[in-house]
Design a protein around this ligand. Sequence first.
Ligand code: MSP
Length: 525
Amino acid sequence: MAEKFYITTPIYYPSRKFTLGNCYTTVICDAISRFNKLLGKEVFFMTGTDEHGQKIAQAAASAGKTEMEYLDEIIADAKNLWKMLGIEYDKFIRTTDDYHVKAVQKIFKDLYDRGYIYKSSYKGKYCVPCESFWTESQLVDGKCPDCHRDVIEQEEESYFFKLSEFGDRLLDLYRSNPDFLKPQSRVNEMVTNFIKPGLDDLCVTRTSVKWGVPVDFDPKHTIYVWIDALSNYITGLGYGSEDDSNFKKYWPADVHVIGKEIVRFHAIIWPAILMALDIPVPKRVFGHGWLLFGGDKLSKSKTVSNVECVDPRILAPRYSADAVRYILLREIPFGSDGNYSTELFLNLINSDLANNYGNLISRTFTMLKKYEGGIVPEITDEEEVDKNLRTSVLELVEETKKHMNSNFDVSKALGSIFDIFSKANKYIEETEPYKLAKDESKKDKLKLVMRNLLESIRIGTVLLSAFLPDCSKKVLDALHVNGADILSLNEFYGLKEGDTVEELGILFPRLDVTKELEELSKIVQ
Ligand code: MSP
């Protein structure tokens, strides 16, 4: 039976202004999901939208729409964006979906019946944009520590979740399962900033927020958006509804991939809720870093004010979805922050996609057509230089798998894949097929060189298909290779001798960076 693999993105706050930063988590998850499918696993990849809370109600009202009218339009937009970027999710959950609402009510009642929720009254500092309560000591200069905006004083009758009881169990979890929260620096952060000072009970209902899931046994209360939102990871699998077969099949999740600013919710509140419900915790939570724009996160609450183009809806149609995916997957060392600039993006297209990969493909395909009539040649005896290429390519396959399996390190995995292409390019310089072609006595060697290049391209491209699906598909189609067959990666020689290789156009045209920057600044302003 195939191994199961369940991966989630956070569910997004609906927004029309998704920037590249917002796409980061989803693109990473898509690549991890596709890679695991390639490895033959039965993957369930879920994403969706987080649609309740004061902010949504306010935004809908100022747009003169009902909440659902407002949301439906934005969600359609978001789904189009994911399609444009080649995101292949297995399920899209909306927290306004009926089955989710009912399941959240059940979860809340269950926590109450188990004695983990009690009624009291809350007085505290609340950040409206972040929908978070903060204690006095967590505020930075009196402001929200996440978005640095003003907080407001709130007091109201509320239900509380006994989070304070879970400190030791959470410490145990981190200790006994060092893989639970990655990278390790995030564990230190949780322990030092939140658990060691003592966890406070968590206010989990509001009476002033109407746009939310009502507590079914006390309907003037709505359930705190984070309880509602975090539950999606199990309600989306059918937990709490009639058909919970996916929950039985896929839970616990293999990984929740999230941005570092929401680690607190996923590594403290979420496991505590699951422990209270007697449900296993996820196997891993990965808190990635941010894509920074001029040193800034450009988060959901801020707007773009510079000439940098950060709009995936402009960049993807103009430079391809693969190019956008490439910078997101490659540029941020997984776990840390990484800087984005449009210039960097355009230069990366030229250096990696056009010069390295694109050039390897076009040189090889052109030579194959010219010297071998576009036919996959037979193999003859190898010399050292040929064996070296073969060994390096197979080693890099293993390295790619290792990066993906141990740490979901997409950036390093892509690095290893591009090393395959660099090695193949170097092999062309070393073996000089254009010279071999002029020498009748070197015909067999030429065939071998061409075959080795094709096989390196095949192997690198099968791996690449998880990251850059569109260009990979073109190349694999031209080679008549089924990209979904990872088994084909164990053997260096996998192509059929005598098979025709189809011609291919230019995959990534070289860009005039200065000209492109000028054009983009006209579009963005
Ligand atoms: N709705 C909550 C998540 C609830 S999950 C139970 C939320 N949504 S969000 O829309 O604000 O963020 C979604 C994801 O986008 C987060 O993982 C966040 O870190 C990511 N990013 C938004 N801007 C980003 C960057 N500039 N860089 C990298 N990722 C960032 O939080």
